[in-house]
Design a protein. Structure first.
Length: 151
């Protein structure tokens, strides 16, 4: 494999839950692979979730059976942690803004890119626990625009 191949852009990343009920495309815009954020909160630690997003990386989610979609909220209750109600896999977290939803993807659900090859950083958002405005402003800056089918 030549170095140009190694440095090739991931392009559109495909992924989803285990059973296929939740499927997404993630239009990664950068030449380098996404950096994964390993959140240290109780919820993400229990899932082993590794999140990524980019404000220009469009996410398209298709839910085959909308009745089998778990939207779990906790803490500031400003994000829906979207897991499949059939196979149980935590796939995305979505946050609603007045101009649409933004989301982060759990890279462990990538099909077309091996998450083990992506760089990882540890994150801790405890400092935002009492500052929901700061939390929402960060998501607006960093999270990816999300379109869902069905809406
Ligand atoms: Zn599933």
């Amino acid at each position: 494999m030549c170095p140009a191949d190694v440095a090739a852009a991931p392009g559109t990343i495909f992924g989803g839950c285990h059973c296929g009920n939740l499927r997404y495309t993630f239009a990664w815009p950068l030449p380098e692979a996404p950096t994964l954020r390993v959140c240290g909160c109780d919820y993400c630690t229990r899932h082993g979730a590794a999140w990524t997003s980019h404000p220009e990386a469009r996410l398209n989610l298709v839910v085959q059976t909308p009745g089998q979609l778990i939207a779990y909220r906790f803490g500031s209750a400003t994000a829906d942690f979207l897991a499949c109600g059939c196979c149980g896999i935590l796939t995305l977290a979505a946050c609603a803004f007045e101009d649409g939803e933004r989301a982060v993807v759990n890279a462990n659900t990538f099909d077309s890119l091996d998450a083990a090859t992506c760089p990882r950083i540890a994150t801790d958002f405890d400092a935002e626990a009492n500052d929901t405005a700061a939390r929402l402003a960060r998501r607006r800056r960093n999270w990816s625009p999300l379109a869902r089918t069905p809406r």
